[in-house]
Design a protein around this ligand. Structure first.
Ligand SMILES: Cc1ncc(COP(=O)(O)O)c(C=O)c1O
Length: 398
């Protein structure tokens, strides 16, 4: 099948990604590949610019501190935060959610409303923090059922914690309505924005949510850094997450007092180079524009779903208009076998439970195969995927 010949990709940035030359990388939902601009920023930060931040009395440190804080401002701008001080740098989205689960005062409410499609990162932190979970079901096309959420929310819920975009189904949450539902009973809305931030424009003020978690490595940036956005008054009400240098106001052996947010939540030397190259990733995305990236991925999803739905033994999961993510199964073939055969064909997909075991249970499968797209994906990836699945079918005699 020659899909590539029939459709012109809307974006042509593939050449900026050295790691995918000659490879069909369809695992961006796990982690995105990095454009040369980000790789260069990492090199520069370690090579000519490196110094510590916040504590140095020499000029290089002052410059690096400025770069580090500029990165915070860039993240704030990227998601529509009112102030850079509402951005806490974390290791990743997982740590951002753990931070909220551990530090948010419970205020006598011990329940969290999550959905059936959550990543383990938006389930386990709440369990560890001693919350009881109530589970919102999904609609038949894989969206979080907000009518059900509306019926379930009570004044016992401290937090509603939903994925903005599902990492398995690609379904996009009506986040504004989720915020209204949470607030109707005085609960807070935390959005797990891991998959949304690289795929759709996000504006936390317009949504009206209370916390937003994201990871830089899914945003064409480095691993080891992510961000928590929290409303200023909420961050202010929260005690430190970890203790150490940089998060204090004063320390004696009797008593310590703490810095205001965001420093209160950034104990120890931060991921300096991570922040600087996260900024480069945001600049790279902004230069293209998330609306263009989203439109590009919408075309690829449609193309991919159309091609896969023509194969009789393929079952597709999720809504038709998923954001850049297509999960599927091939009748009689374990997803791991699909992944291995595709790997031989130079196509990288994800196969497994995608850290969403409760969702797998709801779908009635142990695992799925997942193809996920990014700005650098194009029709040649889908063509290679479909040809690889043809090979899977030949090998398994389906
Ligand atoms: C929806 C969602 N939430 C949370 C995570 C966790 O991200 P990280 O491992 O970067 O913390 C992921 C990663 O796959 C994800 O897709």
């Amino acid at each position: 099948m020659n899909i590539a010949a029939s459709i012109t990709p809307a974006l042509s940035v593939r050449g900026e990604f050295p790691a995918i030359a000659g490879w069909h990388y369809l695992d961006s939902a796990a982690t995105a590949q990095k454009p040369q601009a980000v790789i260069d920023a990492i090199m520069r930060a370690y090579d000519t610019d490196y110094a510590t931040v916040h504590r140095g009395v020499y000029e290089r440190s002052a410059v690096m501190t400025h770069s580090y804080e500029s990165a915070r401002a860039a993240v704030a701008g990227f998601i529509g935060a009112a102030s850079p001080n509402e951005i806490v740098f974390t290791r990743n989205a997982t740590e951002a959610i753990n931070l909220v689960a551990q530090c948010l005062p419970k205020d006598g409410r011990n329940r969290v409303l999550v959905s059936q499609l959550e990543h383990h990162s938006n389930i386990v932190p709440w369990q560890l923090a001693g919350y009881e979970l109530d589970i919102v079901p999904l609609t038949s096309d894989g969206l979080i059922d907000l009518d059900a959420a509306e019926a379930m929310i009570s004044d016992q819920h401290r937090v509603v914690a939903f994925a903005h975009v599902s990492n398995v189904l690609g379904s996009i949450l009506d986040a504004k309505r989720a915020a209204d539902i949470a607030h109707s009973k005085g609960a807070l809305l935390l959005l797990d924005g891991c998959q949304a931030a690289p795929r759709i424009p996000v504006n936390v003020a317009a949504i009206g949510c209370d916390f937003y978690a994201l990871s830089a490595h899914k945003l064409y940036g480095p691993t080891g850094i992510g961000a928590l956005w929290g409303r200023a008054d909420l961050l202010d009400s929260m005690p430190p997450y970890q203790g150490g240098g940089a998060m204090i106001d004063s320390v004696t052996f009797e008593r310590s007092t703490f810095a205001p947010p965001p420093q209160r939540f950034e104990a120890g030397t931060p991921h300096i180079v991570g922040a600087v190259s996260f900024h480069a990733a945001i600049d790279w995305i902004n230069a293209i524009g998330l609306p263009a990236i989203h439109a590009h991925e919408v075309v690829l999803v449609r193309e991919c779903r159309d091609a896969l739905s023509r194969i009789n033994s393929v079952r597709l999961f999720g809504p038709e208009d998923s954001a850049g993510i297509v999960s599927f199964a091939v009748e009689g073939v374990h997803p791991h076998d699909i992944g291995t055969i595709l790997d031989d064909e130079g196509v990288a997909i994800r196969a497994g439970h995608h850290c969403a075991q409760p969702l797998m249970a709801a779908l009635g499968v142990p695992a799925t195969a997942r193809a996920s797209f990014a700005a650098f994906s194009d029709s040649s990836d889908i063509e290679a995927l479909v040809n690889g699945i043809d090979k899977v079918l030949r090998i398994f005699g389906s």
